[in-house]
Write a protein that binds this ligand. Structure first.
Ligand SMILES: O=C(O)C1=C[C@@H](OP(=O)(O)O)[C@@H](O)[C@H](O)C1
Ligand SMILES: C=C(OP(=O)(O)O)C(=O)O
Length: 447
């Protein structure tokens, strides 16, 4: 176990689950898994829509939001900034501030989407001053390329403790805009963070990307939503140059899609148990990148039915392996594939995901550690890993305060009796009901 590991209780919100539960044990379902389920709203769309509605002048209604730690801290921050927000079940009514934000100290939890999307927005808010504090894990994740780009555009942002990391101090002023070139090779969120704020800069902003973008689809999600909220943006399909004219967001009513990343755990569950799961309310046409996992499941021998408003996956008695795959564009699913890989009939190599070492944990190192603990032969590379077929043995595994580590490793409990996970509550970052849903589907979950 890595020595610096402890979970950050402060980042768990009132919407988190499993508070005070140190360990959970997962064992296979007694019967075959066959179900139709609905997954909560997309984390990425929820926090984008909340921020844009809070900036718009007027009343917006955002329906089918995700209720998790990431969205809780987003809503709290926006309230502190002066947005009037009312919540009814999973519908949020927001009276936006028209871009005039109240000075306050803000805590943003462990959410990359808030950490990378708020600084530009605050900096361009003409007046006001904010200290922004993030969770321990978020305070270790990179933000320097974003802050550097925003400063180049005229923003006043200082590091309050360690250079290049949270916490931040931001002074609102007129941000000029203009030309900026930034890197998307560690996180696409740096680009989204500049784009979301750019309609509030004084002049037209022209963004060019210095090198690659790790997950292009999230930048397209940003641009699509900006257009829906009335921003004036132009871009080419290769995202070589993105142009944003000053064009404040307009209030609107919006219904959000289910979270494709969260859906993938249940598709993987059907795949690995030879079960059948239908996800209602999510279609192949979504622009969320993780829907591309369907191609991987098909490659592994699963049958996928793509309906107009659902996705269904039927597993197979023996998953196929023996392939290498680049997961650069769908890297939130790298751990999901790694967790089901031991059950395939040949090794699986996951490539091009060096950037996931900078997510909530060093995901490549953590998943390799867990698989080894389970007795699975695993090779770790700088940019990925190779997992060999094997029979995992029961083990007690660390989740490193990383929701995707916990959700992926829990899938092994659908095949192997007695998989124990420490700090299962970390799933609350994006999916507080995760273990309850596994239980409803028949898995044995002992808290
Ligand atoms: O913009 C977004 O909503 C996201 C972008 C991706 O981050 P990176 O580009 O940092 O990998 C993804 O991993 C994250 O879960 C959500
Ligand atoms: C990387 C992730 O989150 P974040 O939005 O905090 O970057 C994730 O959800 O896997």
């Amino acid at each position: 176990m890595r020595e610096d590991y402890k979970f950050d209780i402060k980042a768990r919100s009132p919407w988190s689950s499993l508070n005070g539960i140190n360990k959970i044990t997962i064992s296979p379902a007694k019967q075959g898994i066959e179900a139709a389920i609905t997954i909560p709203g997309s984390k990425s769309l929820t926090n984008r829509a909340l921020i844009m509605s809070a900036l718009a002048d007027g009343n917006s209604k955002v329906s089918d939001i995700l209720k998790s730690d990431d969205s809780y801290w987003c809503i709290e921050a926006l309230k502190q900034l002066g947005a009037e927000i009312e919540l009814q079940d999973d519908i949020v009514y927001i009276k936006g501030s028209g871009g005039h934000l109240r000075s306050n100290d803000l805590y943003i939890g462990a959410a990359g989407t808030i950490a990378r999307f708020l600084p530009g927005v605050l900096a361009a808010s003409r007046e006001g001053e904010w200290n922004l504090e993030a969770s321990e894990s978020m305070s270790k994740r990179p933000i320097a390329p974003l802050i550097h780009a925003l400063r180049q555009l005229g923003a006043e942002i200082d590091y309050l403790a360690k250079k290049d990391y949270y916490p931040l101090r931001i002074k609102g002023k007129y941000v000029k805009g203009g030309e900026v070139s930034l890197s998307g090779s560690i996180s696409s969120q740096f680009i989204s963070g500049v784009l979301i704020a750019a309609p509030y800069f004084n002049e037209t902003t022209r963004v060019t990307i210095k090198d690659g973008i790790v997950q292009h689809a999230y930048v397209f999600l940003t641009l699509d939503l900006m257009k829906e909220f009335g921003a004036d943006v132009q871009y080419d399909n290769a995202l070589q140059q993105i142009v944003i004219n000053p064009s404040p967001y307009k209030a609107k009513d919006i219904l959000l899609e289910s979270d494709a990343s969260a859906a993938c755990y249940f598709l993987a569950l059907a795949a690995v148990t030879n079960g059948r799961i239908r996800i209602n309310g999510l279609a192949e046409k979504t622009k969320q990148p993780d829907i591309q996992m369907l191609d991987i499941f098909e490659k592994m021998g699963c049958k996928v039915i793509k309906g107009a408003s659902f996705i269904e996956l039927e597993g197979t008695p023996q998953l196929k392996g023996g392939f290498e795959i680049s997961m650069k564009e769908i890297s939130d699913q790298a751990l999901t594939l790694a967790a089901i890989a031991p059950f395939a009939d040949g090794p699986i190599t996951i490539k091009d995901v060096a950037h996931i070492r900078y997510h909530e944990s060093d995901r490549i190192s953590v998943i390799c550690e867990a698989l080894k603990e389970l007795g699975i032969r695993t090779e770790e590379f700088e940019e990925g890993l190779k997992v060999y077929p094997g029979a995992p043995k029961p083990a007690c595994l660390n989740t490193y305060d990383d929701h995707r580590v916990a959700m992926a490793l829990a899938l092994i409990g659908s095949k192997v009796e007695g998989i124990q996970l420490n700090d299962p509550g970390c799933v609350s970052k994006t999916f507080p009901e995760y273990f309850s849903l596994l239980e409803e589907l028949g898995l044995e979950v002992k808290r």
